[in-house]
Ligand binder design. Structure first.
Ligand code: SAM
Length: 234
């Protein structure tokens, strides 16, 4: 009996200390840092999320649209997109299982299970898993410059079979920062013409929508000069 009372008091003191020392804030901050480390931009999560959902809406996203997100990462865009869309209208694909584990946690945290999002870990843009499914939007943010030429070619080939009539593939590219690496991926400097050529091989016409800064991205980092491209098929 005395042991039980001791345990209850210990728990109460621990809970009080948890509140008094701001542990929840520390945990929230750690969670945010984990998300940022998985999406590649420390201190920029909120703006990347805001920009992406706002941009998709500007491009015509409605609750009835269907979205295939390539390189969905920890659902930086995915969470507000899933929230906005009708159930079963979002599929996220990523090559890394660990980032998808984090993504699933985020779906739970945001109470979005009822939206039935689908997340697929795949090395080949979910070609087999998606069968003949088509989408109104394919979205790839901060992704194309992490794909080697060979994988970029496979990406365009895969998306070409995924768009519904009038569907758009929208992605940002970087053209001015020297090539390096990020995690296990390359970080590649290519020209707009390189992307136009790679896309044309799969029947896509490329429209340059301007820099993300011109389109309202509010941070000062180098990625503000990224171009947003819209690829569409006749
Ligand atoms: C810089 S992160 C961006 C993540 C997310 N789009 C965002 O805005 O936060 C790039 C993502 O692309 C994913 N990726 C890289 N190569 C890929 C491939 N071949 N297929 C699918 N995803 C890939 C990475 O795992 C990573 O999650």
């Amino acid at each position: 009996m005395l042991e039980k009372t001791r345990k209850i008091w210990k728990r109460r003191v621990q809970a009080r200390l948890f509140d008094l020392t701001g542990m929840q804030e520390l945990l929230d901050e750690r969670e945010l840092h984990a998300l940022e480390d998985h999406m590649g931009f420390r201190g920029q999560f909120t703006e990347h999320r805001r920009f992406q959902i706002d941009e998709l809406k500007k491009l015509g996203l409605t609750p009835s649209s269907s979205v295939l997100e390539i390189g969905c990462g920890p659902l930086t865009a995915g969470i507000p997109v899933i929230e906005f869309l009708k159930p079963d209208h979002y599929v996220g694909v990523d090559v890394r299982a660990d980032v998808l584990d984090l993504a699933w946690q985020q779906i739970g945290r945001n109470s979005l299970s009822a939206k039935n999002p689908r997340l697929i870990r795949s090395d080949d843009f979910a070609t087999a898993e998606l069968e003949n499914r088509r989408f109104d939007f394919a979205w790839a943010f901060s992704v194309l410059y992490h794909l080697s030429d060979e994988i970029l070619d496979r990406c365009f080939a895969a998306v070409a079979c995924r768009l519904s009539s009038g569907g758009k593939f929208v992605a940002n590219i970087q053209t001015d920062v020297d090539s390096s690496t990020w995690l296990q991926f390359p970080f590649l400097k290519r020209t707009l013409e390189d992307y136009e050529k790679a896309a044309a091989k799969h029947g896509f016409a490329t429209a340059n929508l301007g820099t993300i800064a011109e389109r309202g991205f509010q941070l000062e980092g180098a990625e503000r000069n990224n171009l947003l491209l819209q690829f569409s098929r006749a």
